[in-house]
Design a protein around this ligand. Structure first.
Ligand SMILES: [Zn+2]
Length: 322
C-alpha cells in the first residue's frame, strides 16, 4: 500500500481533485464543474463530497492509502475552524467544509489557493531547493503565497499574506477589497487588460486594433505582449507601465522579506523570459529595493495547473509531519 494525499483545487469553474504521492506525483485526477453560483454552499459541499468518495474508492481499488484531504480555496479561509470564510468567485461564505466531510474519516486541512501553490513550487517546482520563497499569481486578482524557512506563513486563522492588497498608489485605482491603489488593481491580468483597452482608445493607430479585429472585447492578456514584440509603440508603453507597477510591488516584497526567490505564476507568466527579463531590469535599476543587499531571484512558476493539487498534498504532509 502506498500512502497518498487527496489534493483538491477549488476554482470558480471547476473543482479539481487528485491523488498525490509523497514525491508530488499525481497518480489519478478528476474534476467536477463548480455549481455554487446557482446551488450555493450546499451544491459545493455535495459535489466535493461525491468527488472525495470517488477518490477514496479509486485509492482502495489501486492499493493506495489516502492519509488526508486538503483544499486550496480561492478566497479567505479559516484554518482553525476548517471553513471557507469567504470566496467571491465561488459566491459562498462560511462554508463548514471540515465538519461536512468528517464522516469520510480522514483529516481535513485547507488553505488559500496561492498559499498551497507556493508550497508546491518550493517542494517540487521552480523554487525547489530554496527555503524562503514568494509566489505571486497574476490573474483576475493577485494571489500571494509566502514560504519562510520551508514552512508556509499564513497569519491568524490562515487569513494573512494578501499581497495583492498592499497599496502601491495612495488614492489610486479602486480595488475590489474597498481600498484604493492596491497592487492587484495595477499588476493583475485584469489590470493589464484595462490598461491595454485605455491606451488603445487613446491610440487608434496601434496595431493592437488589428490584433483584436477592431473589437475591444477581443482584447486579452496577450494583446499588448504580442504587439509589443512586433514593435508597436502603444503596446510597448502598456507593457512598460505594467512592468513598472508589477516591479514596484515586487521591490516592496524584496524589502519586507528578502526571500531567495520570487516566482511569477498565472497566465501572464507564460510570457516567460520576455517578462522576467523586463522585471529584473527594472528591479536592477532600483538595486532590488536598496543597495548592498543580495539579489532576489525572479523566475516563472513551473507547476502551472497542477500546482494547486500538489500544493494541497504538501500542506497535508506538513500538518501530518510527513
Ligand atoms: Zn485591494
Amino acid at each position: 500500500m502506498e500512502n497518498v494525499y487527496i489534493g483538491v483545487d477549488v476554482g470558480g469553474m471547476s473543482i479539481k481533485a487528485g491523488l498525490v504521492t509523497e514525491n508530488g506525483e499525481i497518480i489519478y485526477k478528476n474534476s467536477k464543474k463548480t455549481n455554487s453560483v446557482i446551488g450555493g454552499a450546499e451544491a459545493l459541499l455535495k459535489d466535493t463530497k461525491d468527488l472525495m468518495i470517488e477518490m477514496i474508492d479509486y485509492a482502495k481499488n489501486h492499493e493506495l492509502k489516502p492519509l488526508a484531504i486538503a483544499f486550496g480555496i480561492p478566497g479567505v479561509v479559516n484554518t482553525t475552524k476548517g471553513e471557507i470564510a469567504y470566496a467571491c468567485n465561488l459566491h459562498v461564505e462560511d462554508v463548514p467544509l471540515k465538519d461536512y466531510l468528517k464522516d469520510l474519516g480522514l483529516p481535513i486541512f485547507l488553505s488559500n489557493d496561492a498559499n498551497v501553490a507556493a508550497l508546491a513550487e518550493v517542494r517540487f517546482g521552480a523554487a525547489k531547493g530554496y527555503k524562503d520563497a514568494i509566489l505571486l499569481t497574476l490573474g483576475t486578482g493577485i494571489g500571494g503565497g509566502v514560504v519562510i524557512d520551508n514552512k508556509l506563513f499564513e497569519g491568524i486563522d490562515g487569513k494573512g499574506t494578501e499581497l495583492g492588497h498592499s497599496v502601491i498608489v495612495v488614492d489610486g485605482h479602486e480595488c475590489g477589497c474597498g481600498r484604493r491603489g492596491c497592487f492587484e488593481a495595477y499588476a493583475s491580468a485584469s489590470a493589464l487588460l484595462e490598461l491595454t483597452k485605455k491606451e488603445m482608445i487613446n491610440n487608434k493607430n496601434s496595431i493592437m486594433w488589428d490584433y483584436c479585429s477592431h473589437n475591444l472585447e477581443n482584447v486579452s492578456g496577450l494583446t499588448s505582449f504580442e504587439c509589443a514584440k512586433k514593435g508597436d509603440e502603444t503596446a510597448i508603453k502598456v507593457i512598460d507601465t505594467y512592468v513598472k507597477y508589477l516591479s514596484e510591488g515586487i521591490l516592496n516584497f524584496c524589502n519586507i522579506f528578502r526571500p531567495q526567490v520570487i516566482l511569477i505564476g498565472g497566465g501572464i507568466s507564460n510570457q516567460g523570459d520576455y517578462l522576467i527579463d523586463k522585471i529584473k531590469a527594472y528591479c536592477e535599476k532600483a538595486h532590488y529595493g536598496y543597495s548592498h543587499t543580495p539579489k532576489v531571484e525572479i523566475k516563472t512558476a513551473t507547476l502551472k495547473n497542477d500546482a494547486g493539487i500538489i500544493g494541497c498534498a504538501c500542506l497535508a504532509m506538513d500538518y501530518l509531519g510527513k
